[in-house]
Design a protein. Sequence first.
Length: 278
Amino acid sequence: MTEKFIMAGPTALHVCDSEQGERCVVLLHGYLESLLVWEEFVPLLYKRVRVVTLDLPGHGISEVKGEVHTMEFLADTVADGLRALGIKRCTLVGHSMGGYVALAFLERHPEMLDGLVLLSSTPNADTPEKAENRRREIALVQAGKKDALARVAPAAGFAPENRRRMQDEVEDLTEQVFITEDEGIIALLNGMIARKDRNELLRESSVPQLFILGCHDGYIPAEAAEAMIAAHPQAQVVRLENSGHMGFLEEPEATAQALLQFIFGSPTECAAATETRA
């Protein structure tokens, strides 16, 4: 992977690019993460496809641009970055918040998409309760208490039975919280609060879609996941039986195999119990 800064329009973007492969996969990280979160996952893909990871503006070491990073701004920045890398089309994979960005990308740049993957993410807007929780997080960061997020958020992403064995990954994610600038956290929280519902967009789109969902996801409980699946018969679905919100870390091989099968349209060996719906 080649690591570099590029100009994505007016925004300096930190990216890593394997630079080889006829087909391209772009991995968008979630809230309080960075491109580092994909470090162990990328080797499962790059022998088959070109892989690009990046720090979304406000996270990692990409620059912060203002007090609100809307999902539309982030999507446009990703599109500008891909053009700067000479990438015309890709399969876009969005984890959690990255899925919100991927959905905005689908709305604004559908001609650049071979496929869209929502990895532990949904097309729903924030409920009033969720928006209020984000405002509380903003208040914590403004009060200099980012460490409160670091103590809770990373471990909560894993299925309870995986937290002990994945303590190293929890610690890595905790470190990523601390390297994220306060202004970037606030800008992204504001952007997530402001984002719109994109269920209808998904249903009407001709771009192939895949949902990868953990069966023990505390952020997307089983009832919500099943409602999402029922509302989108056009999407393929893979359930990770032993994962929470961080399936690409908890069951990396199964996640990679599901993704490659989606891209190439041919069966792949799958080590974990999954269910795929055409």
